[in-house]
Design a protein around this ligand. Structure first.
Ligand SMILES: Cc1cc2nc3c(=O)[nH]c(=O)nc-3n(C[C@H](O)[C@H](O)[C@H](O)COP(=O)(O)OP(=O)(O)OC[C@H]3O[C@@H](n4cnc5c(N)ncnc54)[C@H](O)[C@@H]3O)c2cc1C
Ligand code: FES
Length: 609
């Protein structure tokens, strides 16, 4: 009797089948591994060991690359931070910035970023930068990477939307940076009522400083936010709506179009308009001003191959002269002082600025007053008088730009009871409150007390308008603690690609001390009131202006004696100064006791370095 083959017995056929199955299992396992790997690679979050604790010194900033994204690693005592390496304003390398108290300040125009959250806390700019949580585990510095943030230059802050049940209305009048930052700060801080902006212009807030640096710029490229952004966060942007009356009894604002709205809190940030020149012929055609993209484009188009005369030597005037230098047939600047910015930056720097423009064909008529404009319909010449030589002159002009300063846009407040100063600027306190309850003001239209001295100032700078907009918004929302304005004034100007950066406030300085090489455009100037350094201006010394602003914020002040004798302190405070060659130091003293007795004293700072 034959027996059936045992089930355990495996013939060659079975073995082949088993082998086939094993191969199949292997393939499945490989496919699973690959899928797992793919999943890991597309996973948004991962941890990465970046260095050992102790690899960096305290205060050191080091560049780091994670998946092709350039970042910065910063050590502060036992804490580490990892953030994006570029400023969200104009992409400056933050590596050269100033680190202070958990914040990194941009070397170009002074914006500050919180190193834990990446949020912007001082301006200019409106967005944050990527920031990644870092921990130290058993001596290893480990970062939690969110892949979605890698390579991002800007991070739009998280903002709330309106809640229909919330009937509170905060009205903002004006459509510049102060208005924008105020509106976004309200939403960032979770204000859920209505936010309504009334703006006279037809464009959403835009990058105004670019206008004098690129006159032919397309307005659409300047917008700080697009229409969709305002919609997304329920910020009601009412364009082409000039407010003509503010009634603080009824708590209403009324537009030229008769539109009226009641407010719970009101913020005025109407900015300023160019000052007119009160001389004969000032109504002739082709006498223009610069505040809007339309005006910038007009100057560029009309001034091409024509004789352009600029009245005034403000930063705006010099920037336009630099831009139009090669485009116009001729560019002439008429100014009252001997040198541009002699009063703000001093004689030596004024001379440098003048020379930079003269070298490129710009003509200066200094120490001169405009006496009138001639022409029948359009202007054809400007008559002026040099008051030093008592000489009268006529300069041919096809186009005239008047850039002699600004007046605040506060006409709509004349019946409001809000206190204005003699020139029409709104008086605010350090919390941006006006003299009338529930009404705040910010930006170019206001005058405010400086935090270090209490001195009232009008600081018409781009960055300051942002800061004041933020402080006003925080205090509009608060029912208890009020936030004071502590920002250090900071501005910049750019002529032929070279930037002057200025931080601090020094009205009518007593002395200027300059180190560096003025002729070659690399210097730091310290502005003193008596023996205290109140402001700093720099060219090609990235970082020093930002360090000065941080020192001011920290209440650390530099003195004349420090500059002249205490080189150790100076090097400790301004670490970038040590990196450059310093050849000279001058003084332009108005104080008899500080006038140098010989060159040795003047050069001590330079030689020590
Ligand atoms: C050409 C140019 C270049 C500049 N360059 C620099 C620079 O390089 N660096 C720097 O620091 N600063 C610069 N500034 C200064 C800077 O632009 C201002 O300090 C800043 O714009 C002030 O912001 P703000 O919000 O207070 O006012 P604005 O920007 O003036 O905005 C106010 C807005 O309110 C609107 N408005 C006025 N009245 C009413 C009303 N009744 N109802 C409704 N809306 C109204 C105005 O039309 C305007 O749009 C420059 C200015 C100009 C004009
Ligand atoms: S680029 Fe950083 S503040 Fe302007």
């Amino acid at each position: 009797m034959g027996s059936a083959p045992s089930k355990q017995m495996r013939g060659p056929q079975d073995l082949a089948e088993i082998e086939e199955r094993r191969m199949e299992a292997k393939q499945i396992s490989r496919r699973l591994d690959e899928a797992y790997m793919r999943m890991r690679k597309t996973d948004d979050m991962f941890e990465l060991l970046v260095c050992k604790h102790g690899d960096l010194k305290h205060g050191e900033i080091r560049e780091l690359t994670i998946e092709n994204a350039k970042l910065l690693l910063i050590r502060d005592a036992d804490q580490y931070f990892i953030v994006g390496n570029k400023c969200s304003h104009y992409n400056a390398p933050l590596r050269k910035g100033s680190y202070f108290n958990g914040r990194l300040r941009c070397p170009w125009h002074g914006a500050c970023f919180n190193l834990v959250t990446g949020e912007i806390e001082e301006y200019p700019g409106i967005d944050g930068i990527p920031a990644f949580p870092v921990k130290v585990v058993k001596g290893n510095v480990i970062v939690d990477v969110d892949r979605r943030l890698l390579g991002k230059a800007k991070v739009i802050p998280a903002m709330a939307r309106a809640d229909k049940a919330n009937e509170t209305i905060f009205v903002i009048v004006g459509g510049g940076p102060a208005a924008l930052v105020a509106a976004e700060t309200l939403r960032r801080k979770n204000f859920r009522g209505r936010v309504v902006i009334f703006a006279k212009e037809q464009l959403p807030p835009y990058d105004r400083p670019k206008l004098s640096k690129m006159l032919d710029v397309d307005a659409d490229l300047l917008l700080l936010r697009d229409h969709a952004h305002f919609k997304k966060y329920d910020i009601e942007l009412m364009l082409d709506q000039e407010i003509v009356n503010v009634d603080t009894n009824d708590r209403t604002v009324t537009a030229k179009t008769k539109l009226m709205l009641r407010y719970d809190k009101l913020l005025i940030c109407t900015g300023a308009s160019p000052k007119r020149l009160d001389v004969p012929g000032n109504n002739l055609k082709n006498i223009c001003f610069l505040r809007t993209p339309e005006e910038a484009n007009h100057i560029c188009a009309t001034g091409k191959d024509k004789n352009l005369v600029i009245v005034g030597a403000s930063f705006l005037a010099l920037e336009v002269a630099a831009f139009m230098g090669y485009k116009a047939r001729s560019v002439t600047i008429i100014c009252r002082r001997m040198y541009p910015f002699e009063n703000l930056l001093g004689r030596h720097i004024g001379k440098l600025l003048r020379q930079m423009l003269v070298d490129r064909g710009v003509t200066f008529h200094e120490a001169s007053n405009v006496e009138g404009f001639e022409g029948t319909d359009a202007v054809h010449s400007v008559s002026l008088r040099n008051y030093k030589k008592s000489e009268a002159l006529s300069v041919p002009a096809d186009l005239v730009l008047v850039a002699i300063g600004t007046v605040p846009n506060t006409k709509c407040l004349v019946h409001s009871g809000i206190e204005l100063d003699d020139e029409g600027f709104i008086n605010v306190d350090q919390f941006m409150r006006t003299s009338v309850e529930r009404v705040f003001a910010a930006g170019d239209c206001s005058t405010f007390p400086l935090s270090d001295s209490g001195l009232r100032a009008k600081v018409q700078h781009w960055a300051m308008a942002h800061s004041q907009g933020r402080i006003a918004a925080l205090n509009m929302m608060s029912s208890g603690h009020l936030e004071p304005l502590r920002s250090v004034p900071y501005f910049w100007t750019t002529i032929f690609g070279k930037s002057i950066r200025y931080a601090g406030y020094c009205d009518n300085f007593d002395d200027v001390m300059i180190s560096g090489d003025i002729e070659n455009g690399r210097w730091v100037a310290f502005y003193l009131k008596k023996d205290d350094v109140k402001a700093v201006a720099t060219m090609n010394y990235d970082g020093v202006t930002s360090q000065f602003a941080d020192l001011q914020m920290a209440g650390k002040f530099t003195t004349r004696a420090d500059l002249l004798y205490d080189i150790t302190k100076i090097l400790a405070l301004y670490n970038n100064i040590a990196l450059v060659e310093v050849n000279y130091i001058w003084a332009e003293s108005k104080l008899p006791y500080s006038k140098p007795t010989d060159d040795t004293q003047l050069c001590s700072f330079a030689r020590l370095i």
